[in-house]
Ligand binder design. Sequence first.
Ligand code: NDP
Ligand SMILES: CCCCCCCCCCCCCCCC(=O)OCC(=O)COP(=O)(O)O
Length: 323
Amino acid sequence: MISPSFRKGMLKERVMDLASQTTILPLLFGCLGIFSLFRLLQRIRSKAYLRNAVVVVTGATSGLGRECAKVFHAAGAKLVLCGRNVKALEELSRELAGSSQGQTHQPFVVTFDLADPGTIAAAAAEILQCFGYVDVLINNAGISYRGTISDTIVDVDRKVMEINYFGPVALTKALLPSMVERKQGHIVAISSIQGKISIPFRSAYSASKHATQAFFDCLRAEMEEANIKVTVISPGYIHTNLSVNAVTADGSRYGALDKNTAQGRSAAEVAQDVFDAVGKKKKDVLLTDFVPSMAVYIRTLAPGLFFRIMASRARKERKSKSS
Ligand SMILES: NC(=O)C1=CN([C@@H]2O[C@H](COP(=O)(O)OP(=O)(O)OC[C@H]3O[C@@H](n4cnc5c(N)ncnc54)[C@H](OP(=O)(O)O)[C@@H]3O)[C@@H](O)[C@H]2O)C=CC1
Ligand SMILES: CCCCCCCCCCCCCCCC(=O)OCC(=O)COP(=O)(O)O
């Protein structure tokens, strides 16, 4: 037998439930609606920012650079494609022109070697001649490295620093005055999670990416007054030829696709993230899975633990190579 007071309590609870549902549900849908609208507006703003913008992509012959070229071109950017291989760049330029949907622009091609400091000023002048100015410079070109510090000749350290650090720095400095004059511009550096943490057997690569992070962080602060935006993007593994083209201790090509790289994210997907980050004028972006992201936090908050993990990683890798 249910007592009248108990029944009354239940009834009160049901009424309260119904009331809370009727207020919470519309509130929830309202918030979702506002959030979706906000994201839509953000996407429209990003696209408007990059439509008809002059975007320079270095390392456009393959991997992430090639995919960035596709994404930015499809969004209506005016591209300048850079690399060493003129045939590959012209092929890409034709492919982009052929795939055009909506209002797109025929890309220009500028070839130069980032490892040759003497070519960069002339390359920058050629880039500026394409459309008369540059809105966005994407410093994407780079090479990786594999080797032990003890076996690696210093020329290899210099080569990696030249391509990954001094080259992009020189190109940025050469294009900066015209951006400052226009009080408008955006510099993007494709770094790596290895610009935030060092992992064994990648000394030269990791050092070049740490230097990249530091330089472009300084640039962001110094250029704020001139309205020049700076975005540093730090991806984890991407499925590209980066490991195949990596340089080794004696300067020879590594020549193999590593398992980690093969299992990495698709370059097209990462290029879309790069587009979104640039469109939103983000300052610093990590594009990695949970574990590498955690590694960045552990390096900062518990460095001792991070160093132990890295030492154990080095021991294991050395053991697996010697067996
Ligand atoms: N793949 C990955 O796992 C990750 C990559 N990154 C970064 O992404 C960027 C792109 O690499 P990714 O696409 O993976 O690798 P790829 O090897 O596919 O592409 C590298 C690009 O850099 C260009 N390049 C290399 N050396 C030179 C040079 N001396 N002068 C001019 N251009 C040069 C290459 O052009 P060319 O035809 O002239 O050789 C190529 O277009 C790099 O900065 C890399 O460090 C960051 C994190 C992870
Ligand atoms: C939840 C506990 C977390 C514990 C953290 C353990 C630390 C794990 C170390 C993870 C290292 C990740 C390295 C990622 C490296 C990477 O993504 O590099 C990208 C590249 O630039 C690829 O270049 P490469 O030539 O090295 O293939």
